[in-house]
Design a protein. Structure first.
Length: 225
């Protein structure tokens, strides 16, 4: 299985922290956010990784190189204009290939073992999203889980930013730039999107306040060791 690491965003809500560095290169626990994700992917045996780049992309590429220091192989998908989350993945499908692949946001931190991600999807499934409990900044959630199927109605949870997708989920979308949510909602309407629940720690590093909370969390873990 290959993985797509989303790293092209501007990180505007994290300013001034992102004025001089891209969000994926913010450090927590002695590593950058994107390095934490690469390590988790590699630990799960996912070694072929595609990273999309735009804002300060040269710094990210210089930091990660070819991925060999982690035993990984990193490919880069450059975006001259930002393509948003969905468009960025769609633009990289020629590199990713035609099999199911993991999608990981580089600006989230979670303690999930990525070995638990499904390596294959059933013929009827266009994807499997990892869902988490709603954080204070997103109390309404995104989608609800009915068994393992995602729906619009019911007790909603939050999409973690980690998933496994079938490339077919982007078929029929003509736009170059679009949010991933567009593809996800189409798949839910067709009854072909599934989910799994992660009950462990998860943090969307979207603001300086949440970045600080993550730093405190990891510091507390170090203190307990």
């Amino acid at each position: 299985m290959r993985a797509m690491l989303l790293a092209a965003g501007l990180g505007t809500r994290l300013r001034p922290l992102t004025d001089n560095r891209p969000k994926p290169l913010l450090e927590v626990g002695g590593l950058t956010l994107i390095e934490h994700q690469i390590r988790r992917l590699q630990d799960a045996g996912i070694q072929e990784i595609v990273v999309n780049l735009h804002y300060m992309g040269q710094r990210i590429e210089k930091t990660l190189g070819d991925g060999s220091r982690w035993g990984a192989k990193i490919h880069y998908s450059w975006e001259q204009d930002l393509l948003e989350t969905g468009g960025g993945i769609k633009a990289a499908l020629d590199i990713i290939g035609d099999e199911a692949f993991a999608v990981v946001s580089s600006d989230v931190y979670m303690d999930m073992n990525y070995e638990d991600l499904p390596r294959n999807l059933s013929s009827e499934s266009l994807g499997c999203l990892v869902m988490v409990s709603n954080p204070p900044h997103h109390p309404r959630g995104d989608f609800s889980l009915n068994g393992d199927r995602l729906e619009f109605e019911g007790n909603r949870m939050t999409y973690s930013g980690v998933s496994v997708l079938n490339p077919e989920i982007f078929q029929g979308i003509e736009e170059d730039a679009f949010p991933l949510r567009l593809a996800l909602e189409r798949a839910i309407t067709a009854g072909r999107l599934h989910g799994m629940l992660h009950n462990g720690y998860w943090c969307d590093v979207g603001t300086p306040e949440r970045y600080s909370l993550l730093q405190k969390h990891l510091s507390s873990l170090e203190a307990d060791e």
